[in-house]
Design a protein around this ligand. Sequence first.
Ligand code: GLP
Length: 236
Amino acid sequence: MKWIKVKNKTEMACIAADILCAQVLLKPESVLGLATGSTPLCVYENMVKRYQEKKISFADSKTVNLDEYYGIQPSDEQSYRYYMDTNLFHHIDIPPENAHVMNGMAKDADEECRRFTGLIHALGGIDMQLLGIGHNGHIGFNEPDDHFTMDTYCVTLSESTRKANAIYFKNGLSDMPEKALTMGIRPIMQARRVLLIAGADKKDILQAAFNGPVTPQVPASILQLHRRLTVVSCEE
Ligand code: GLP
């Protein structure tokens, strides 16, 4: 594991964008696993800037997103599809058919999770997975539990995650979905490289995840077992 501690979000965004763009420059047809939340926003901004400056093209790249709320329209401003379109996909040259997000409106959630698993296989697996981390140690929406869930699945969100993410919903908690579709631990651990980014507010949970035991109570701790993990965290 490589842990890069930087001063602030600007530096973190720049280093994370360097790592993701290097992956695409070395292998233009890379499969990138992407994340949402507030932390990756500055990284995506940086990637868009590099594309606009013609330093990089994503024309041959493919992306698969970690998670999506269940029961939410892709056009809903709170959906992760909307987030990805407006913060990244619509500003770079990735062909729309190459940018995959699970369908939060799928009638059969389990079937949608199986479809996504098949898709990742068909794409040849994930070359680099970008991750944030929740205050409770969740990655994607893999919540603290008494076991790790390996396969991509439909999860009931924990109270703490619903409270943390409710600020993004107009009517707060009452608008907030109770379920989400998330990549399970297996596709994340099978990614050839993992890049986890975290702001200064995540210091305590990073300690628990990377200097404590590997436990499903802190889902990110499983990443200690990944052979090519890079963590970029902010000091302030
Ligand atoms: C959401 C996402 C996670 C993300 C987490 C942290 O719950 N599903 O993938 O890592 O938020 O978000 P933030 O970066 O806003 O703290």
